[in-house]
Design a protein around this ligand. Structure first.
Ligand SMILES: Nc1ncnc2c1ncn2[C@@H]1O[C@H](COP(=O)(O)OP(=O)(O)OP(=O)(O)O)[C@@H](O)[C@H]1O
Length: 326
């Protein structure tokens, strides 16, 4: 069997979008002549994900992430391309495939609003025919990791967003799927709940070797969770590598942050790419390809009354912004 859980080749999804014009006369006219355009949501994606990986799938709004996830979940048929996940073609083998799949789409709840989560968990136990002892063992472990002992007996409508999200995760994982799609699992949560959920994902990945595909706009999710990251932009993959490679994407550029003993004029930094300047402090971007970092540091120390200095890589959000806009 292949070492890859997911193998996708030449994936394309094209939608036909009707052009609608505002106003009564335009709407009336459209009854007789309608124009449409083709939207290439996914435009030739090749992707491979190993078993047991935690993969981040990111991209700007409208990049094609949801469309890709919907195809991978079997909800949508692609226009072109092949998808093999655990040996299944999602939209052809839906019934068997779904038994091994968990999904959590942040905006859509699996939980019954007026009932306590435990009732939905029991329903899932019946639906997936999970043996009672395994169900209990797994539920106890999840409840312990997410600290939701009391919460699972309260009606869902009385839960906070964080409590509900934790219960949604339990719901998606109780049948121990080999693969789970998580769409924005920490959106809108406080910092402690975010951390609990991240720890839970890491622990579940370790204990059950579950493969996670996580779409997120929260870079902390990426940095804290993901082994690898795939960036989609305008329907195509523009970056597909280890997280570490993303943080060192601009290897030849560094940020030097300096604090001064007394207020100085910005002119003293002429020739430098000054990103931020506050009189008593500055952030400077330097290129270390032709002249190494030592050269820049000595030069800045020679020009200015520096009392503190800090050298960092280009922040990951800058790298991502660059990839999104290039
Ligand atoms: N059913 C549809 N009909 C027409 N166009 C669609 C349809 N579904 C998606 N699109 C278009 O395809 C493109 C990609 O949409 P998609 O929802 O996959 O993006 P996304 O990366 O998930 O964005 P976001 O981060 O905003 O959720 C968008 O331009 C969207 O308008």
């Amino acid at each position: 069997m292949s070492e890859y859980m997911i193998e996708i080749q030449g994936l394309r999804k094209t939608f036909k979008k009707l052009n609608k014009k505002a106003g009564f006369f335009s709407a009336f006219g459209a009854l007789f002549s309608r124009t449409s355009e083709l939207v290439h949501s996914v435009d030739g994606i090749d992707l491979r994900v190993r078993k047991g990986e935690i993969r981040g799938l990111i991209g700007p709004n409208g990049a094609g992430k949801s469309t890709t996830i919907k195809i991978m979940s079997g909800i949508l048929h692609p226009t072109e391309g092949t998808v093999s996940i655990m040996g299944y073609t999602p939209w052809l083998h839906r019934e068997k495939y779904i038994r091994n799949l968990g999904v959590l789409f942040g905006q859509k709840s699996q939980l019954w609003w007026d009932l306590p989560p435990i009732d939905t968990f029991e329903l899932n136990r019946e639906m997936y025919r999970i043996p009672t002892d395994r169900f209990k063992r797994r539920l106890d472990r999840f409840v312990e990791l997410l600290q939701i002992e009391r919460v699972i007996y309260q009606p869902v409508r009385t839960l906070s967003l964080g409590e509900r999200m934790k219960c949604e995760l339990v719901c998606a994982l109780l049948h121990e799927p080999s693969l789970i799609f998580l769409d924005e699992p920490t959106i809108g949560l406080d910092i402690v709940s975010k951390e609990t959920i991240r720890q839970f994902i890491k622990q579940t990945n370790k204990e059950l070797q579950t493969t996670f595909i996580i779409t997120t706009h929260d870079l902390a999710d990426l940095e804290n969770l993901c082994d690898n990251v795939t960036i989609i932009n305008k329907g195509s993959i523009v970056f597909d590598d280890a997280m570490g490679k993303l943080s060192t994407f601009f290897r030849n550029r560094k940020i030097i942050e300096v604090k001064f003993a007394e207020p100085v004029g910005e002119a003293l930094l002429d020739g430098y790419d000054v990103i931020e300047f506050g009189g008593l402090n500055a952030r400077i971007e330097v290129n270390v390809e032709d002249k190494d970092i030592k050269h820049h540091v000595y030069d800045i120390l020679g020009r200015l009354p520096v009392v503190d200095i800090n050298i960092t890589n280009i922040p990951i959000e800058e790298v991502i912004k660059h990839i999104y806009t290039s």
